[in-house]
Design a protein around this ligand. Structure first.
Ligand code: IPD
Ligand code: CA
Ligand code: CA
Length: 280
């Protein structure tokens, strides 16, 4: 049996929130100032539409170099480079640009997501300690610390009160692989008649922060990677939203659902009924 990692106290957590926010802003400045008029694809990953730009790589390299200076004992799990094992029990989980397709097309919904988690760096098993999502285009920074609440530029965030599914604005996203996104679209088509409307913002981190800020009532997505949800899920949870999976599972790659208690259950029930975790 492994010994559980001790969680940082409130003062340390608050300092980690500040650090996460300053790292996300610094990387955000690099992303914003370095955006050429025409952004090129540097590489592709899981499919031809899963793209990486030179700024994804530069942003992650900057975050890693700042962490090496400020938190040399912590581990790192980032989207664009190899994991680094730490000795402190804390791991930084980095998405150097969440919303790369938006970045590529000049659509302003992209963010830098920085979180620090305790325990194994796996969403179903970690305890998120602190996180920041910096929305590069409008300069907003969403932050949260475990037990300390969530804020946007210092203003406390609160998710919407529960409302019927039929009056709920729902965010979601699609995988990069053709088969899975086809199946996801089928489930969404069945959900559409039961909700107010749907938004596909293109950044899971900003989707989760939108639930925290009340700009979305509900959000769900299958296939999120640890870096997509680490900071945003903490922001949503600290703003009072319930964040989890289906069939009582924690949020993770299999499924992430977020929203106010009293309405999130209806979306969970719909997704369970439509076997949303059985798709490719
Ligand atoms: C993607 C975005 C998108 C979500 C995908 C993610 P990336 O992250 O968060 O909204 O639907 O599942 O992979 O590739 O832009 O970092
Ligand atoms: Ca991402
Ligand atoms: Ca990314």
């Amino acid at each position: 049996m492994t010994t559980p990692t001790a969680l940082p106290d409130a003062d340390t957590t608050a300092r980690l929130v500040e650090l996460a926010a300053s790292l996300a802003r610094e990387a955000g400045a690099l992303v914003r100032d370095g955006r050429p008029d025409q952004v090129d694809v540097a590489a592709t990953k899981s499919s031809p539409i899963d793209v990486v730009t030179e700024r994804d790589l530069a942003s992650e390299a900057l975050l890693r170099s700042l962490l090496a200076r400020h938190r040399p004992d912590d581990g790192i799990l980032g989207e664009e480079d190899e994991p680094v094992a730490g000795t402190s029990g804390l791991t930084w989980v980095l998405d150097p640009i969440d919303g790369t397709v938006n970045y590529l097309y000049g659509i302003p919904a992209y963010a830098v997501s920085v979180a620090v988690v305790a325990g194994p760096p796996v969403p179903e098993r970690w305890t998120a300690v602190a996180g920041a999502v910096h929305s590069v285009s409008d300069g907003r920074t969403y932050t949260a610390g475990r037990g300390l609440g969530a804020a946007c530029d210092g203003r406390a965030l609160r998710a919407n009160p529960p409302r019927p599914l039929a009056e709920s604005l729902v965010g979601t996203g699609f995988a990069y692989t053709a088969q899975r996104r086809g199946e996801q679209a089928t489930i969404l088509a069945e959900l559409m008649p039961h909700i107010r409307d749907v938004r596909r913002i293109g950044s899971a981190a900003l989707d989760l922060c939108s639930v925290a800020a009340g700009n979305l009532d509900l959000y769900y997505e299958r296939g999120l990677k640890p870096w997509d949800l680490a900071a945003g899920a903490l922001v949503a949870a600290e703003a009072g939203a319930v964040v989890g999976g289906l069939h009582g599972a924690p949020a993770g790659e299999t499924m992430t659902v977020a929203g106010p208690r009293g309405s999130v259950e209806r979306l969970v029930a719909f997704l369970e009924e439509h076997r949303a975790t059985d798709c490719a």
